[in-house]
Design a protein around this ligand. Structure first.
Ligand SMILES: [Fe+2]
Ligand SMILES: [Fe+2]
Length: 371
């Protein structure tokens, strides 16, 4: 264990969309994320690969989408991701999101008090389950910061379904329409990612042993009070790293497997600080009997891919070189970028892709475009 390389946290998450213009309207327009790169899937150049992120695509804030128009609808299950949570600073800003999404015709549930944070839930146009979670209060509300994750914490009754006032929760919202994403509402990237496994102990060996992420919470799913729910994160005994919390529901013995497709996460990527750091992860993985791909050049980072023991597709991506290698900061995401080896096919590739322009799904849905 002492030689385990430690990841800083998530690099990106990649999801599947049936329709890139709709995805851009939702994530770029409605959620106010910056499109930092429009390119194609390097393994399937007829398909868009869109990258959203903060600060020119800072690792931990990056959401990417493959556009596969004919992909069947996926669903969550063992070996897949249940939902992606994006961070927001305050409960007040979270209520603004509830109002903005509601007004755009997106059904929102919550805010629900999860103890460690408050959460609202909704779906993207393909059915991917999303959450917006507040920064705090944090994982040390029921265990000392220096001893997180050592014992099973049973949530108090008021946080379980029987203790919730659903009618009061449903009514809670921001009093005014929210036609623009104000600075206080800015989404802060990946807050946590939650998946489903059939073996939490084996998952622990993987997240702690291969990625260097210790347990920071063992609790129960607060929507049923029974299913075990474990959290891993970058943690040194004094603080939790931003963009690093991976959580899993344990479904022991379940054969309800995730199905890949639209509205499902395709894979999750963890950070390596350098190419050497990435090779150290590869050595560790191979030492555990987990095969990885060779290092692949993804232009903006280098990647290796492998599967977690429950089947989840994972990647380790380097922090560099980043998204500014082929565009200026001011024009990031405005034109189709192709790696050199695809550039000679640019005309053919461009013709086959749907045109993309940034529309605001809020304006379209609320009618404010006409006002
Ligand atoms: Fe969550
Ligand atoms: Fe990736």
């Amino acid at each position: 264990m002492s030689d385990t390389p430690i990841t800083t946290g998530f690099h990106h998450i990649t999801m599947v969309s049936n329709h890139a213009p709709r995805t851009l309207a939702f994530y770029g327009g409605l959620l106010g994320l910056d499109l930092v790169k429009r390119t194609v899937n390097f393994d399937d150049p007829g398909a868009y690969h869109l990258y959203f992120g903060n600060d020119a695509g800072r690792p931990g804030t990056i959401l990417t989408f493959f556009e596969w128009p004919d992909a069947p609808r996926g669903h969550w299950g063992v070996g897949g991701i249940h939902h992606l949570a994006l961070g927001v600073d305050t409960p007040e800003a979270q209520l603004k999101w509830k109002r903005r999404l509601d007004d755009a015709g997106v059904r929102v549930s919550g805010p629900i008090d999860r103890g460690y944070f408050r959460s609202i839930y909704f779906g993207d146009p393909d059915g991917q389950v999303l959450e917006i979670a507040t920064k705090g209060p944090g994982y040390d509300i029921d265990e000392p910061m220096e001893a997180l994750g050592r014992t099973l914490v049973t949530p108090p009754t008021e946080r379980l379904p029987e203790g919730r006032d659903e009618a009061a929760i449903a009514e809670l919202t921001h009093p005014e329409p929210v036609p623009v994403v104000t600075d206080d509402m800015r989404l802060r990237g990946i807050h946590h990612i939650t998946g489903i496994t059939d073996d939490l102990e084996r998952a622990h060996d993987f997240y702690a042993g291969a990625l260097g992420l210790p347990l920071v919470k063992k609790t129960l799913n607060q929507d049923d009070g029974k299913t075990e729910h474990w959290f891993w994160a970058r943690y040194d005994g004094t603080s939790i790293g931003d963009h690093s919390a991976m959580t899993l529901f344990g479904w022991p013995g379940s054969d309800y497997r995730a199905r890949p497709g639209a509205g499902q996460t395709h894979h999750i990527a963890f950070r390596a600080e350098s190419e050497d750091h990435q090779l150290a992860f590869r050595e560790t993985l191979r030492g555990m009997g987990i095969e990885t791909t060779d290092v692949l050049d993804r232009s903006y980072f280098r990647s290796i891919y492998f599967r977690a023991p429950d089947g989840l597709l994972c990647e380790i991506a380097t922090d560099g070189p980043g998204f500014l290698i082929d565009e200026d900061r001011a024009t990031l995401g405005t034109a189709l970028r192709l790696p050199g080896w695809l550039d000679e096919r640019r005309d053919e590739i461009e013709k086959a892709l749907r045109p993309l322009e940034l529309r605001d799904a809020y304006a379209a849905a609320s009618g404010s475009e006409r006002a």
